[in-house]
Structure formats: structure tokens, C-alpha cells
Design a protein around this ligand. Structure first.
Ligand SMILES: [Zn+2]
Ligand SMILES: [Zn+2]
Length: 111
């Protein structure tokens, strides 16, 4: 089920924030089979099941289900990749999304 989140090695130096709690997400490496594992980020809130995968962006995986893509998930114009939340400005209530591609400077600001 979770393999859809990501099947390639993903960057571990990015720190996405949960798109619901704006908490820092943690990197998870889940064994999938003998020669394969799944890499994604997960919200550190115990009751939150939000994940961020490099290919699908933010999703809440459910057993047996194909992850439901977040409809307003920003995507990088240059790379076509789902973007992650890199920072939150609580004063201005602004969320900044960044591309997970190394050296990509694309940013999307949402309020
Ligand atoms: Zn969360
Ligand atoms: Zn990009």
C-alpha cells in the first residue's frame, strides 16, 4: 500500500512541515520487502497520519487504498514535483512551499 508514496530514494535533508499541524515531519524508512523499503515523511503528532512523499505530496494513507492526492497540493513548475511546506509565518499566516529537487528555488506562498 505505502509503496505508492515513493519508490525512489528520497532526500532526507529536507524538513517538511505537516500541512495540517505545521509540525516538523520525521523521516520514516519502512521495510516493504527484502530488497525494498519505502521512504517518506510522517507528522510527529501521534494522532495525525499525514505523510509527505516526494512523488505524491501530502497524503493520508489508508490501508489498501491508493493515496488520495491533496487537491490543492502545489507542484513545482519546473520539475512537476509536489512541493512541501518549508516554513510557516504565523504572524502573517503565510505558508511557504518549496520543491524537493536539489537546488530548485521555486517557491509558492499560500495564505
Ligand atoms: Zn499533522
Ligand atoms: Zn523544482
Amino acid at each position: 500500500m505505502l509503496w505508492v508514496l515513493n519508490s525512489l530514494r528520497m532526500r532526507t535533508d529536507i524538513l517538511p512541515l505537516c500541512d495540517q499541524h505545521f509540525r516538523t515531519m520525521e523521516f520514516v524508512l519502512a521495510p516493504y520487502s527484502a530488497d525494498r523499503s519505502i521512504e517518506f515523511f510522517r507528522c510527529t503528532d501521534k494522532f495525525c497520519h499525514r505523510c509527505f512523499g516526494e512523488r505524491v505530496g501530502y497524503t493520508t494513507p489508508k490501508r489498501e487504498d491508493v493515496p488520495v492526492l491533496t487537491p490543492n497540493q502545489p507542484v513545482c513548475d519546473r520539475h512537476g514535483r509536489p512541493m512541501f511546506i518549508i516554513s510557516l509565518d504565523r504572524q502573517r499566516n503565510q505558508v511557504t512551499y518549496a520543491c524537493s529537487e536539489a537546488d530548485c528555488t521555486e517557491r509558492v506562498i499560500r495564505t
